[in-house]
Ligand binder design. Structure first.
Ligand code: PMP
Length: 353
């Protein structure tokens, strides 16, 4: 089950014979990790010959304090993909159904199918979550509903009212996975903290990652927040030492580096506004994103556009079959320079040069 997230920078560098490419295809941070995280990783590397020890429980405690829950509600994973797959493996089996609004992140389908469950896909309605469609798709066999807030690849965020309406209408045998991989990028006035639903006793699992706002994608750390019973079951199913000490220490340091988090948020907010504004002005339809990427939709020939971008050393992400959306191009918000570059290439492509 290999998961390939688009063209790699190495492959394109080799193809073009260049040293650098503009990589805006995987929703990675354009500013890199916090110095505090790098230093913590360096310190942890000095005891790299020792198996992980207290680092996992230290991070779970730090995450618990950060979100306002006890450490027993926290499960640390090897990236949040790992947590998503573990939730699917724990709660789904043959004969069960998982409702997946699409387009969304491919891992939900992969996890549900790996667990032997049937995926019931609910297409978005003009790119937004189809509340009625989701509820109509729920049956007595539904065990999981995956909601991504904000969504990948659309970047659209769910409001508190939308989530509450769904939670209130769902039957009690459905658990909602609220994937908040991009939650920290949402503007403060629109941000919905999934933990609040957990605290109210809703059947919710919140998943988050250190790969995006914390810029630690290569370290592979994510976390899930759930009822202590479910979190305990998820922890019990994990293999020993499955997240390394270097990654755990880097994540803990990143969690506490609020200056770096605020910088990530500011760079993203400015870049997102720039990309949205400039691409809209060029005539593209750009969805109003609350994430670290924007989605251009309604494109007629995404493959040729993708190839044109690649020829200019730019990687973005056409939303092909893995997302179940034709005609979309997802662009990660980059540095000012990277954003200007992608806009320039798209502008040239429009003018046919
Ligand atoms: N959820 C969503 C919506 C994502 O887009 C991603 C990564 N692209 C993840 C989860 C997984 O991130 P990771 O495994 O790096 O934590």
């Amino acid at each position: 089950m290999a998961y390939v997230a688009g063209k790699t920078a190495d492959a394109l560098r080799r193809e073009l014979g260049v040293d650098t490419v503009v990589k805006l295809g995987s929703n990675e941070s354009p500013i890199g990790p916090s110095e505090r995280a790098v230093a913590a990783a360096g310190r942890a590397a000095r005891t790299g010959h020792i198996y992980p020890g207290i680092e996992l429980t230290d991070l779970a405690a730090a995450v618990g304090r950060h979100v306002g829950l006890g450490p027993d509600a926290v499960v640390i994973g090897n990236g949040s993909c790992d947590v998503l797959l573990a939730v699917a493996a724990e709660l789904l089996g043959p004969g069960d159904e998982a409702v997946v609004p699409e387009p969304s992140f491919a891992m939900y389908r992969i996890g549900a199918e790996a667990a032997g469950a049937r995926v019931v896909s609910v297409p978005h309605c003009d790119y937004a979550f189809d509340q009625d469609g989701i509820l109509d798709a729920v049956t007595e066999r539904t065990r999981l509903l995956f909601l991504t807030n904000p969504n990948n690849p659309t970047g659209l965020a769910l409001s508190r009212t939308e989530i509450v309406t769904l939670l209130d209408a769902l039957p009690p045998w459905v658990v909602v996975v609220l994937d908040e991989a991009y939650g920290e990028f949402v503007d403060p006035e629109s941000r919905v903290d999934g933990v609040e639903f957990l605290r109210e006793g809703c059947r919710v699992v919140v998943t988050r990652t250190f790969s995006k706002i914390y810029a630690l994608a290569a370290f592979r750390v994510g976390y899930g927040l759930a009822s202590p019973t479910l979190a305990g079951a998820l922890r019990a199913a994990q293999p020993p030492f499955h997240v390394g000490s270097v990654a755990l220490r880097a994540a803990q340091a990143a969690l506490g580096d609020t200056d770096h988090i605020e910088l990530s948020q500011r760079v993203n907010r400015e870049g997102r506004a720039y990309l949205t504004g400039r691409l809209t002005a060029l005539g593209f339809r750009v969805l109003p994103s609350q994430a670290n990427h924007v989605l251009v939709v309604g494109l007629h020939d995404v493959q040729s556009l993708d190839a044109a971008l690649n020829r200019q050393g730019v990687i973005t992400r056409p939303t092909g079959p893995s997302f179940g959306l034709d005609g979309g191009l997802r662009i990660t918000v980059g540095t000012r320079e990277q954003n200007e570059r992608v806009v320039a290439v798209l502008s040239d492509w429009l003018s046919g040069s």
